[in-house]
Design a protein around this ligand. Structure first.
Ligand code: G6P
Ligand code: ZN
Length: 562
């Protein structure tokens, strides 16, 4: 028992739990695991111990994607924050806060950092997943030096410093004090909205959305973006309330898988492929950082999306009006962005998979817009990917393109913007095949086999009709701090620029997910509108043969095709 700033702190004995290994997306486990006695508290205490005396007297942000166990978890975290010397916790009402909004709040309020309770796009509920991660003072996910330290602490944690304070009513806005410690419940949308107001031309978007010949639908997938979409798209920008689909956050996302892709956002896909579809459709994931953009019967590939946003940013988005500082994409993301960078003379960076790699570039003023094939798109206004940012970026592009189009005229939609882009830059056909829940041993054997193929391969070797230029295991040296990340994906790059890439997912919660990424470029105007699966057929065949994927895993079909 002790006393910190007028609050009684109990030293609660605890014992380490195995396997609290922390990645950059924090700790993600089955909800039931998290609900074991001190499981969550151990990790949070380990984080605070790892951060050390730095946390004393600081303010901590807190919120989550609304999934099951979030409210209870918030109460535990508040008590630990007080017990470890924080002076304030700023928490979203009802413990809600989208990941990009948490990043915005940390930056705007100059907080020490924030905790985000989310397992992103994984299903929620007592039998599904929960997660927690820490973001640092510029709003970026904790770097490895901290996540490693947290893990180290989880293996030896023995005492929890728990403030002896009652639960706080998180449904009411306002501040509650216990001694010198304060809990402030805030509207989770407010700071984020202010940040976005500084990026986009809201009046212009509002007048565009008022066009009677333009309609949109935004699918929140029963997850956290519901309140954001209602406030931003409906209240601020004047879209009809009916444009927000599934906008009430639910602890189990209504039993769904809140991942915005063609498989899991099937209801939205149905709407956009129907004859009455609106011109624009979008969806976001559990915690609001991913996005999918659709046109009428048209899927906007995320790799193309970031390239198109980058190509149009200066002209269409006020925040970027003095030009982009640079652009970046993750390695498996298609090379569409590279072409924009070279046409605009912009610094360009190819990073490993994972948003954290963009943060250093942004902090160093070298990157304004970045994206990943995994439905992540963002800008340097915050340090997380940002689903609603992508939506507003696209609406800004459409508003600009349609400025001269009279109401009732031929409205320029997402597909036409894409087609114009491809005509100018050529098209990087891209597809990703996911094989979920493979056995880890099988997946490992397949990767070893591929490493063997790479070791034996020589430039000029033929793989089907493709001639090899380079095969390796991708390694990245951060240009800012010189840190190295190795083994980031097995690449086969061919002489015509086509690529085959294999990676094991770092975000699954059971077994191994194999990701196969395929890309092929064309500048032939006759081929631009070809179906991606058709265009990529031959190279996909090569990929499956060279990896012996079916032989190693017994899988003949992917679980998800993007
Ligand atoms: C998270 C990260 C992304 C990353 C993705 C990769 O969503 O925030 O930056 O692209 O995971 O997931 P994977 O399952 O392919 O490792
Ligand atoms: Zn997410």
């Amino acid at each position: 028992m002790g006393c910190v700033a007028g609050v009684i702190v109990k030293q609660v004995p605890t014992k380490p739990y195995d396997g609290q290994k922390t990645g950059t997306s924090g700790l993600r486990k089955k909800t039931k695991e998290f609900m074991q006695e001190n499981y969550l508290a151990n990790w949070v205490q380990s984080l605070f111990t790892a951060l050390g005396d730095e946390v004393k007297g600081q303010s901590l942000g807190l919120g989550g994607d609304g999934r099951y166990f979030g409210k209870e978890a918030a109460q535990i975290i508040i008590k630990l924050a007080a017990g470890n010397g924080f002076k304030r916790v700023i928490v979203g009402q009802n413990a809600l806060m989208a990941t990009p909004a948490a990043s915005a709040m940390i930056r705007r309020r100059k907080l020490y950092g924030g905790l985000i309770m989310s397992a992103s796009h994984n299903p929620g509920g007592p039998d599904a997943d929960f997660g927690i991660k820490f973001n640092y003072s510029s709003g970026e996910p904790a770097p490895e030096r901290i996540t490693d330290k947290i893990y180290g602490e989880t293996t030896k944690v023995a005492v929890l410093n728990m403030a002896d304070i009652p639960d706080v009513d998180l449904s009411k806005l306002g501040s509650t004090s216990f001694g010198e410690f304060e809990v402030v419940v805030v509207d989770p949308v407010e700071d984020y909205l202010e940040t976005l107001r500084g990026v986009f031309d809201f009046p212009l978007l509002r007048s565009f959305l008022a066009r009677p010949d333009f309609g949109l639908v935004f699918d929140s997938m029963h997850a956290v973006t519901g309140p954001y979409a209602k406030r931003i798209l409906v209240q601020e920008l004047g879209a009809p309330a009916s444009c927000v689909k599934d906008g009430e956050p639910q602890p189990d996302f209504a039993g769904g898988h809140p991942d915005p892709n063609l498989t899991y956002a099937e209801e939205l896909v149905k709407i956009m492929w129907s004859d009455e579809s609106p011109a624009f459709g979008a969806a976001s994931d559990g915690d609001g950082d991913r996005n999918m953009i659709l046109g009428r019967k048209f899927f906007m590939n995320p790799s193309d999306s970031v390239a198109i946003i980058a190509a149009n940013a200066q002209e269409c988005i006020p925040y970027f009006k003095s030009g982009l500082k640079g652009v970046a994409r993750s390695m498996p993301t298609s090379g569409a962005l590279d072409r924009v960078a070279s046409a605009l003379g912009l610094p360009f960076f190819e990073t490993p998979t994972g948003w954290k790699f963009f943060g250093n570039l942004m902090d160093a003023g070298k990157c304004s817009v970045c994206g990943e094939e995994s439905f992540g798109t963002g800008g340097d206004h915050i340090r997380e990917k940002d689903g609603i940012f992508a939506v507003l970026a696209w609406l800004s592009i459409l508003a600009a393109r349609n400025r001269e189009v009279p109401v009732g005229g031929a409205l320029v939609g997402v597909e036409q913007v894409a087609l114009e882009h491809w005509k100018k830059y050529g098209r990087n056909f891209f597809s990703r095949y996911d094989y979920e829940e493979c056995s880890s041993a099988d997946a490992g054997r397949m990767m070893d086999h591929l490493r063997g193929v790479i070791a034996a391969a020589q430039p000029g070797d033929a793989f089907g009709d493709f001639k090899l230029k380079l095969a390796d295991d991708f390694e990245y040296t951060d240009p800012i701090d010189g840190s190295k990340a190795s083994k980031q994906g097995l690449r086969f790059i061919f002489e015509d620029g086509s690529r085959i890439i294999f990676r094991l997912s770092g975000t699954g919660s059971s077994g191994a997910t194999i990701r196969l990424y395929i890309e092929q470029y064309t500048a032939d105007p006759a081929l631009l509108t070809k179906d991606a699966q058709e265009a990529l057929g031959p190279i996909i065949k090569v990929a499956l043969e060279l990896s012996k994927l079916a032989e190693f895993t017994g899988r003949t079909n992917p679980t998800v095709i993007t």
